[in-house]
Design a protein around this ligand. Structure first.
Ligand code: IPD
Ligand code: CA
Ligand code: CA
Length: 260
């Protein structure tokens, strides 16, 4: 398993370095709109190609599910990749974005890496071995409830905009009961911040599997909980995510229940 993690780390650093090379000339980057408020650039594609090539070199038989190039058939090992999570931030030179790589073997996530190239922070996890930030063990916060909690979120702003009425009610309730709300703009990194105890909880509607997969394993390995906000047990399938330290997760769940 360690060899798989090492491969993922090497690939994530390559993806992150690709993004950094373009960061000082974002004005010249070619941007295409995939859908409302959904942008893709040559950087997303270049980073994804660098990541896939790097993993393939070591594991030629593995499959991939990557945001920009979709499915690549392979054996029972499938790498789930978001080469640039936070493209909108990146396009504005707003330095919060990440590379997210997870390995699923049959139906289980086994390895997770999220790399923040701006801070050069590396979040890693292997099933059963805990979660690490730059090689040091991290855990979710010990906060006993919403009082004093710092909560991360993502706004509904594109295909998930249908959730806006419920979301505004939820936001208001969280603002009224916690110490504050943050919307950094890279869901993969938000989940890592929950794993590392920097955020006590997080919620967002309409995420994709490549936004969530690595962060989900990191949170579980850090002692936290990730669940679906909406019926359907697997947040990786519904994309509607509630995560947090156990007591904060449960308190948010109760708070949101009447609004859903
Ligand atoms: C987006 C980011 C953002 C979240 C969006 C995601 P992208 O990913 O994670 O924080 O709010 O829902 O789609 O498009 O920049 O890879
Ligand atoms: Ca993403
Ligand atoms: Ca992306």
């Amino acid at each position: 398993m360690q060899a798989l993690l090492n491969t993922a780390i090497k690939a994530a650093r390559k993806g992150g370095d690709t993004a950094l090379r373009y960061l000082n000339r974002v004005a010249d980057i070619e941007v295409r709109s995939k859908a409302r408020n959904e942008f893709v650039t040559q950087v997303d594609h270049a980073a994804e190609a660098a990541i896939i090539d790097s993993i393939r070199e070591r594991y030629p038989g593995h499959g991939f599910l990557a945001e920009e190039s979709g499915r690549h058939a392979g054996d029972e090992c499938v790498w789930i990749i978001d080469p640039l999570d936070g493209t909108t931030n990146f396009l504005h030179g707003f330095p919060v974005f990440s590379v997210s790589i997870a390995l699923k073997v049959r139906d289980q996530l086994q390895v997770a890496v999220v790399y923040d190239p701006c801070r050069q922070e590396l979040f890693t996890a292997m099933r059963g071995s805990g979660a690490q930030l730059d090689g040091r063990r991290v855990r979710v916060s010990a906060r006993p409830g919403l009082d004093g909690a710092l909560i991360g979120t993502g706004f509904p702003y594109r295909s998930n905009v249908e959730w806006l009425p419920q979301y505004m009610e939820m936001l208001r309730a969280v603002m009224e009961t916690t110490a504050g709300v943050r919307r950094p703009g890279s869901a993969a990194l938000d989940l890592c911040y929950v794993a590392a105890g920097r955020l006590d909880g997080f919620w967002e509607f309409g995420l994709s599997v490549w936004d969530i997969a690595a962060g989900a394993l990191l949170i579980q390995e850090a002692g936290g909980i990730i669940s679906s906000l909406t019926p359907g047990e697997d947040p990786l399938q519904t994309g509607n995510v509630l995560a947090g330290a156990p007591k904060v997760h449960d308190a948010l769940k109760s708070l949101f229940m009447p609004m859903l």
